[in-house]
Design a protein around this ligand. Structure first.
Ligand SMILES: [Zn+2]
Length: 273
């Protein structure tokens, strides 16, 4: 099936009243696990790559194995570059074949964030690529960078950001966090509801790993378009290799860890439906 863009997935999700799971991969094994899980659930999915992953494998090299994997799947898949903080890197990935770029200028002032994101939006749109932007600061660890000063987004800033950048999807800081939750997060549902009902821009939740099923259901019911899952996948991968194994065949190790990751992805996809 041809690769789709996130906008198409979100339109279908809105009509069907479900949320798309977006899963961060860091190698072929994890990408294949996402595809297998989504095919099993017969649900569309988004595969996300961090800048760190793409830098490690190379822009053209990453997309050269990722695109065929998605194109050969029986379900629609979009490919998103997650938390890109470098404009030139965003342009390289747009040219190489990513269908969406999450450009993160949230650690700059709102004006600077708008200025940078707008440039990426203008370039991306000229190539038929979509852009997700972030307003406010989502706390936690993202690609080894720690952000410990949460700054929740307010409605006026979100509205201004969308209006002035022309961004396609919005990821406001609403109380979720990247990494492992130490307590129960306090999520600002008022702002989620207001953005969804008043601004015509699909809303994305970052830091989806570790939320309760009740929270997931509440977010799905609110009409959230996408929930990002990254930490759960990394933890399952590392946890598997940290466990003692008697398996002596490398391919069997890969199959076992893949199965563990697939199960986690299936659980999330089914919870979001
Ligand atoms: Zn994120």
């Amino acid at each position: 099936m041809p690769i789709v863009n996130m906008n198409t997935l979100f339109k279908d999700a809105k009509e069907g009243k479900y949320t798309i799971g977006a899963f961060n991969i860091f190698n072929h094994l994890t990408a294949l696990a996402v595809v297998n899980a989504a095919e099993h659930c017969k649900a569309p999915v988004i595969i996300q790559t961090s800048m760190g992953t793409v830098e490690y494998y190379g822009v053209k090299e990453t997309i050269s194995w990722l695109r065929p994997l998605c194109e050969n799947a029986s379900i629609p898949i979009a490919i998103n570059l997650d938390h890109c903080t470098d404009e030139n890197f965003a342009y390289q990935c747009i040219d190489a074949g990513w269908t969406c770029i999450m450009f993160d200028g949230s650690h700059h002032s709102l004006s600077k964030n708008i200025e940078m994101t707008k440039r990426v939006v203008d370039y991306a749109h000229s190539k038929g690529v979509f852009v997700e932007g972030e307003v406010g600061i989502i706390v936690g660890i993202e690609d080894d960078i720690v952000f410990d000063h949460e700054s929740l987004a307010n409605f006026e800033d979100i509205q201004r950001f969308i209006d002035e950048t022309g961004v396609d999807f919005i990821a406001p800081s609403v109380g979720t966090a990247h990494g492992i939750y130490k307590g129960i997060p306090v999520i600002d549902y008022d702002i989620i509801n207001r953005v969804i009902s008043e601004l015509n821009c699909p809303l994305v939740i970052h830091g989806g790993s570790g939320l309760s099923d009740e929270t997931y259901h509440k977010l799905v019911r609110a009409g959230v378009s996408k929930i990002n899952i990254s930490t759960n996948i990394k933890d399952a991968y590392i946890g598997y290799f940290n466990d003692a194994h008697t398996v002596q065949k490398p391919l069997q190790l890969d199959k076992d860890v893949s199965k563990r990751i697939e199960d986690i992805i299936k659980k999330h996809i089914l919870t979001f439906l």
